[in-house]
Design a protein. Structure first.
Length: 289
């Protein structure tokens, strides 16, 4: 069967809020996509920050192929050691996120992915295979809008500051599993804490955003713990502002593609003990500046 290229003039983006999120139509991700389509999707990702697709019954191979059109795919070095997360032996770039009655998991804290890496992810493409009957939504927050909403005094205070990021939550989960001490020691040596600017500049748009998050940011360099926590807590809270958010209801064959450089996300844990199964591929990113 010969697959025809999808042409760019069929694409349509329906905004979900005035700040972020758009539903994409006019594209079939099972097909070979014309480079112009990829370019339009890349531009839309920067503009809308999260792109949503419905009715995309794709295979793992098609999921991988779509992700690779936006860059090299990364292999998450830690989640395969955490209960509820696993990678496929045949495709380690695929991270399976599964919650069941016996192993309920979710990421119910506002965060940006792997900020503890020197070069955090550009973005992730998450597709739903099994959705709960009710609940289990994911929210995204526009951290560029969050920065714009800061008072001028705070903007001046954080300009030029850097913060340290660490993967402590994953270590805690790994320590709970017997026999992981040696592995944790090796991973600590391989992935030491990373230092990133508190105000990140988007490499494409040039817009500024708040680039700290509660799970992974540990302290502000050059400030006492008390000073760090006071300022960081203030910045963490900005993601919780409803005006900066978009909420997505999962259903089978739906997909979300988010820009990890300008957003944070929160997976709501209101569906236990129902089954939820998603698979994710992640596009490698660059060093924040």
């Amino acid at each position: 069967m010969v697959m025809l290229d999808v042409v760019a003039d069929k694409l349509h983006f329906e905004p979900m809020t005035v700040r972020l999120g758009a539903v994409v139509s006019g594209v079939d991700l099972r097909e070979t996509l014309d480079q112009d389509v990829i370019n339009q999707l890349s531009d839309a990702l920067v503009k809308y920050k999260v792109l949503f697709f419905r009715g995309q019954d794709i295979t793992r191979e098609q999921h991988l192929a779509f992700g690779r059109r936006f860059g090299e795919l990364e292999i998450h070095p830690l989640t395969q050691h955490k209960e509820g997360f696993k990678t496929q032996d045949i495709a380690p770039e695929i991270m399976v996120v599964e919650s069941t009655a016996k192993t309920p998991i979710t990421a119910d804290e506002w965060h940006s992915d792997v900020t503890w890496r020197k070069e955090p992810s550009l973005g992730s493409i998450l597709r739903c295979i099994v959705s709960p009957k009710v609940g289990g939504d994911t929210l995204w927050a526009d951290m560029e809008a969050a920065y714009d909403g800061l008072d001028q005094q705070t903007k001046e205070e954080i300009e030029g500051l850097t913060a340290m990021h660490d993967w402590k939550p994953f270590r805690q989960a790994m320590y709970a599993q017997p026999g992981t001490e040696t592995l944790v020691k090796e991973l600590k040596a391989k992935y030491p804490p990373s230092e990133h600017p508190i105000v990140r500049t988007h490499p494409v748009s040039g817009r500024k955003s708040i680039y700290v998050n509660n799970p992974f940011t540990t302290n502000i360099k050059g400030k006492s713990r008390e000073e760090s926590m006071e300022l960081l807590t203030k910045l963490y809270r900005t993601a919780s502002t409803p005006d900066y958010q978009v909420r997505f209801r999962w259903e089978p064959h739906s997909i979300a593609f988010w820009d990890n450089r300008s957003t944070q996300h929160y997976a709501v844990g209101d569906f236990f003990p129902e089954h939820r199964l998603l698979e994710r591929v992640t596009v490698s990113g660059d060093r924040p500046f």
